[in-house]
Design a protein around this ligand. Structure first.
Ligand code: PLP
Length: 451
């Protein structure tokens, strides 16, 4: 272990001198100094100053079983001793990858029985781009290259995944999107629904998919990708009319449906996968994060019998990563899945913890600054507003009040994220009721201070 042997100020100075952080304004951070996390247990983080911080975000939506599970450390050490690495290229395999692929095929819904391993969520979505285009090549429809996704969706940071994503700020920074990726609007009723009812709006936004398919030309469309619930976009829960209509449209035009389950997978929504909670039937699922509960990086594309049959029938799929199916990651993932299953973590979420959290979370809507309060399973958001009836946005630059609220949470030793003027939670699935009560006390206090 790397000991925390330096004073915080020195660690911060070294961090500022040498460490470039993801999704961070470097100058602003370097002036202030990073908060340095030194250890964690359950839902609690400890920083270099000895503060105990309640992690309302499960790291980055990934710590599903909570911090500090010895079993995962032991499995990793055992696997490192026995076989720390071997690749799965060129007609070789190993037992952890075989066992994990079998387990994922059992857990995944429908006929999603085949697993292509990747290193993260981003590169899993890059795999998906290449796989669906290759799929249509093998099916002798090579003109089907276009993938449709959504504005304000998030699918990762590689150039392919960021192109699929609909984060306009990301697109601005580097010539995105790559060719043949097009976007439709998101189903965010609170911000964009105008005078429509949520049901009308959900239908209208889903029908944008059909309009886009017709605009592009149905014979050119390869796939549609969406998160069952948009996570990084602000925990946007689509109205109930949305996904059934999307499902109807993809079936009508015979295009592949990719569910990006990087956040929604492995219990976050109260079932193993978000598509089970929302009644979506994908051809491909992207998974990462909760697959290993963040203890070690790993991602995967889980594909249907039909997709695998076509890919296997074609020329060699010229794609893969050194760490595809990494044995240590696979062993850790298997142990994580065992804990989720045998400890009854997801059953407890569904029957007990998620309903408890939902009641508490929705009660925030009595706060003068809180409009919509949404929560599905263990992912929730509140929209901050100066006028609930009008679903108004704050006049100041979007995100200002969100940032202020996040800073107040930070000061109150609660990690809550802001996306624009939405505040988000996604705690470890193992959080207790007493810890939820504590989370709510700190969240409300932070809202009061920001108001
Ligand atoms: N897809 C979704 C839905 C995500 O939320 C994320 C990350 O937050 C990704 C993909 C990218 O995953 P990673 O950061 O592991 O590359």
């Amino acid at each position: 272990m790397i000991e925390n042997h330096l004073p915080t100020a020195e660690l911060q100075a070294l961090d500022a001198a040498h460490h470039m952080h993801p999704f961070t304004d470097g100058d602003a951070l370097n002036k202030k100094g990073a908060r340095i996390i030194t250890r964690a247990k359950g839902v609690w983080l400890t920083d270099s100053e000895g503060n105990e911080i309640l992690d309302g975000m499960a790291g980055l939506w990934c710590m599903n079983i909570g911090y500090g599970r010895e079993e995962l450390a032991e499995v990793a050490a055992r696997q490192m001793r026995q076989l720390p690495f071997y690749n799965t290229f060129f007609q070789t395999s190993h037992i952890p990858a075989i066992a994990l692929a079998k387990k994922l095929a059992e857990l995944a819904p429908g006929n999603l029985n085949h697993v292509f391993f990747n290193g993260s969520g981003s590169d899993s979505n890059d795999t998906n781009i290449r796989m669906v285009r290759h799929y249509w090549n093998v099916k002798e429809q090579p003109e089907r290259t276009v993938i449709i996704s959504r504005w304000n969706g998030y699918h990762g940071s590689t150039i392919g995944a960021a192109s699929l994503g609909g984060m306009k700020g990301m697109h601005k920074q580097g010539g995105l999107p790559i060719p043949d990726i097009v976007h439709i609007d998101q189903p965010d009723w609170w911000s964009e629904g105008g005078d429509m009812t949520p049901e009308e709006f959900g239908l209208a936004r889903a029908q944008e998919l059909e309009a886009k398919i017709l605009e592009v030309g149905p014979e050119k469309v390869a796939a549609f990708i969406g998160e069952p619930i948009q996570g990084a976009g602000g925990v946007i829960v689509a109205p109930e009319t949305y996904w059934p209509e999307i499902q109807r449209i993809v079936k009508k035009y015979g295009i592949l449906l990719i569910a990006d389950e990087v956040i929604c997978g492995f219990g976050r929504t109260g079932n193993w996968f978000g598509c089970q909670t929302l009644g979506i039937e994908p051809d491909i699922m992207t998974v990462a994060k909760g697959l290993t509960s963040g203890y070690i990086p790993m991602g995967a594309s889980i594909v249907s019998d039909e997709v695998a049959k076509v890919i296997n029938a074609g020329d060699e799929f010229a794609h893969g990563y050194t760490y595809s199916g990494h044995p240590v990651a696979a062993a850790v993932a298997l142990e994580n899945l065992r804990i989720l299953e045998e400890d009854g973590v997801i059953d407890r979420v569904r029957s007990e913890i998620a309903p408890y959290l939902k009641a508490k979370w929705e009660s925030l809507s009595d706060h003068p600054m809180v409009g919509e309060a949404k929560i599905v399973g263990m992912m929730g958001s509140i929209a901050l507003t100066p006028n609930k009836a009008k679903r108004a946005a704050f006049a100041a630059k979007s995100g200002t009040i969100g940032l202020i609220t996040r800073e107040r949470c930070f000061a109150n030793n609660l990690v809550m994220r802001h996306v624009g003027d939405r505040m988000i939670i996604s705690p470890p699935l193992t959080i207790t009721k007493a810890e939820i009560d504590e989370l709510m006390v700190r969240a409300r206090k932070s809202l009061d201070e920001a108001y």
